[in-house]
Design a protein. Structure first.
Length: 430
């Protein structure tokens, strides 16, 4: 075997092309759903344009985030019962109807309730979808497939504001086209999911088990629940590391611009750093993943935890153009080295019957961290000003240590060619 074959795993293109149609649909759905995610971007502007206060608009946006966290938990609990196809159809149909309701209701409590439900329904499909993505992908391509998933997420997130602004202008500076547009996108994805995703996976035949052992297992088999996830102590450490890392990660969007303004640094350097992060991640994460997917998981994920924390902590140096750019490049390097591995890890280590719950637990902690991170950073900045960054460094040490303690020393399988689980025909009813 050549040296190149030993150091590089399957590439992004071959991984995508050789994936079954259901995997391609899930990956396409990430881009489609993120491209049409106008509500989270324009909700505050829409509500203030209708005469509601900034506090009311912020409350509604917070309700949307809370609804998404709740939706992920509900989706993880129902994933095995619903399956990816039913979960996606339910999620997209429900959110489409509720999006239109948000636009037409006039009572603020009803608006908030509708926004919370939109967030909930939009997130229900995510655990089942990610679990199916993992189950239909060979072991040696798990990290790469989640790297492709992240590329779709980043592309959609990057282009969504521009697309939304274009529609806003085309709609005569009205918001109706945004709400109806997102609803149509959700319905389109629901139709695509119904046509391409299996109702459920047909599990591989199990090895013969002696009757006595089988009876004993059936009696003692615990009911599937999140409690079983939390009994995995090492995985709980990983979840805490994820929460801390997500809190750190959001500081470049919330606390750094406050510090830039206070230090009277030209905002051009901040804009350049944020743009550089987006370009580097989109262009280089997947090519690099071709090599990092074969690293021991603790190494690649450890790079992410450590470098993201180190890069953000660098902002604690005397703030200027060089510090902003160097700090951003450091944590961007951590993101592209270990991001795909961290996102793939829950599916890799989860017991088969608990895969959706392991994934949803991770998604909840990541979403919770990105939601409370700006709040924590803002409160600390009001008290400490530039001194907030040493506190960020403490969070970085915490996330790195807990990440090292929580992640099992798993080395990704190389050149595995195990067939994915067979999918039931998509022609079955919902």
């Amino acid at each position: 075997m050549s040296k190149k074959a030993k150091t590089a795993g399957p590439g992004p293109w071959s991984t995508f092309v050789q994936s079954p149609i259901a995997v391609k649909a899930i990956l396409a759905g990430v881009v489609i759903s993120r491209l049409g995610a106008f509500l989270s971007i324009f909700l505050v502007l829409y509500l203030t344009s209708r005469g509601y206060s900034a506090d009311q608009a912020t409350l509604a946006l917070g309700g949307y985030g809370a609804g998404q966290v709740l939706g992920i938990l509900v989706g993880g609990a129902l994933a095995n019962a619903l399956g990816a196809r039913n979960a996606t159809v339910l999620s997209m149909t429900g959110s489409a109807l509720l999006l239109v309701l948000v636009y037409y209701v006039n009572s603020f409590p009803l608006i908030v309730a509708s926004v919370v439900l939109v967030g909930l329904f939009q997130a229900i499909y995510r655990p089942a979808s990610s679990a199916l993505l993992s189950e239909l992908t060979p072991p040696d391509r798990q990290v790469m497939i989640f790297g492709i998933w992240r590329l779709g997420l980043n592309l959609g997130t990057t282009l969504c504001p521009q697309l939304g602004f274009l529609l806003f202008r085309l709609g005569g500076h009205g918001y109706a086209i945004l709400f109806w547009g997102e609803a149509v996108v959700a319905l389109a994805y629901g139709v695509m999911a119904f046509a391409t995703l299996p109702r459920k996976l047909r599990q591989r035949p199990a090895e013969p088990v002696p009757a006595a052992a089988k009876a004993k297992t059936e009696v003692k088999a615990p009911k599937e629940s999140y409690l079983q996830v939390f009994r995995d102590t090492r995985y709980v450490f990983f979840l805490l590391a994820t929460l801390a890392n997500a809190i750190i990660y959001t500081q470049y969007l919330s606390t750094l611009p406050l510090d830039v303004t206070r230090a009277h640094v030209d905002v051009f350097w901040y804009s350049l750093a944020v743009s550089a992060n987006s370009v580097i991640v989109i262009l280089f994460e997947l090519p690099l993943t071709k090599f990092t997917q074969n690293w021991p998981i603790k190494i690649s994920a450890g790079c992410a935890f450590a470098l993201v924390g180190l890069g953000e902590a660098c902002y604690g140096l005397p703030l200027g153009a060089a510090v902003i750019l160097i700090g951003t490049l450091i944590w961007t390097l951590g993101e592209i080295l270990g991001g795909p591995t961290i996102f793939a890890y829950p599916a890799i280590v989860a017991p088969e019957r608990l895969k959706a719950r392991y994934i949803s637990s991770f998604q909840v902690m990541f979403n919770a961290g990105t939601a409370i991170g700006p709040v924590i950073g803002g409160v600390l900045f009001q008290q400490l000003h530039h001194g907030v960054w040493p506190v960020v460094a403490v969070f970085a040490v915490f996330s790195t240590v807990f990440g090292a303690l929580g992640m099992k020393p798993v080395r990704p399988v190389v050149d595995a060619r195990q067939p994915a689980a067979e999918a039931e025909p998509v022609t079955e009813g919902v």
